[in-house]
Design a protein around this ligand. Structure first.
Ligand SMILES: Nc1ncnc2c1ncn2[C@@H]1O[C@H](COP(=O)(O)OP(=O)(O)OP(=O)(O)O)[C@@H](O)[C@H]1O
Length: 219
């Protein structure tokens, strides 16, 4: 490990990812300094989700090395999964459980001292207090997004990877999500934010990485 990467929240060393014959990421080298947050931009299919899933240790690189919080993301996958949370299109919600139950199940898994209170507090924070006893299967896309961010907050990660967090949200939801991301940052969480809403992203992140066909280009 170089001295530079030791201070980095994440570091990509010549990272490539291939699906079949298609290269989704190609020879990406990048380092995010500790204490900074990253805006990830690029057109549809440019590789943003692939990169986030790699940082979440859900995918391994085809070539190169990914370091997350100073650790190799392949070697230290299990321990990193405790510190890293991904808000993604697939939101890992139990359809037949209520919003409240979804969060209490997670809180118990995490060993939270008071799962029900924690769930209730977070549901209020994401604007789902009135729907907390409804099963998720009847939730709209925006409500699912709100519950997914509550799930991420319950996990209290060191690194939060947010894939299109504003998608499906109404204008009020977008403002609330901006507030939640700002709070995460002020509590010391490193945020990596992939979004097509460039203005929102730029106001929240100090650094930017723009992907074009899986390669980094100057933004
Ligand atoms: N599981 C997969 N199998 C095959 N190809 C894939 C797979 N996942 C992604 N790809 C391809 O990899 C490339 C990058 O996709 P990725 O989802 O990372 O892009 P993205 O920047 O997140 O796009 P969007 O803005 O549409 O969400 C695309 O060409 C895509 O078709």
């Amino acid at each position: 490990m170089t001295p530079h990467s030791a201070a980095a929240a994440l570091a990509l060393h010549d990272v490539s990812k291939r699906y079949g014959r298609r290269w989704a990421l190609a020879r990406l080298t990048y380092s995010l300094p500790a204490g900074r947050s990253l805006l990830l931009t690029g057109h549809n299919g440019s590789g943003k989700t692939t990169l986030l899933r790699m940082l979440a240790t859900a995918l391994s690189p085809t070539a190169g090395r990914v370091e997350v919080l100073g650790k190799d993301a392949v070697v230290h996958r299990d321990e990193l999964r405790r510190d890293v949370a991904l808000l993604s299109h697939a939101s890992f919600l139990y359809e037949d459980l209520t919003a409240h139950q979804n969060l209490t199940v997670l809180a118990r898994l995490l060993g939270h001292p008071s799962p029900k209170d924690a769930a209730e507090g977070l549901l209020g924070r994401v604007g789902l207090g009135k729907r907390s006893d409804n099963p998720v299967r009847g939730f709209s896309a925006g409500m699912r997004k709100r519950l997914a961010i509550a799930r991420l907050l319950m996990k209290a990660p060191t690194l939060a990877l947010l894939d299109e967090p504003f998608g499906e949200l109404d204008p009020e939801g977008i403002r609330e999500m901006e507030g939640i991301i700002a709070q995460l940052k002020s509590s010391g969480v490193t945020v990596v934010l992939a979004t097509h809403l460039i203005d929102q992203g730029l106001s929240l992140c100090e650094e930017r990485l723009h992907l074009q066909d899986g390669r980094a280009v100057l933004a």
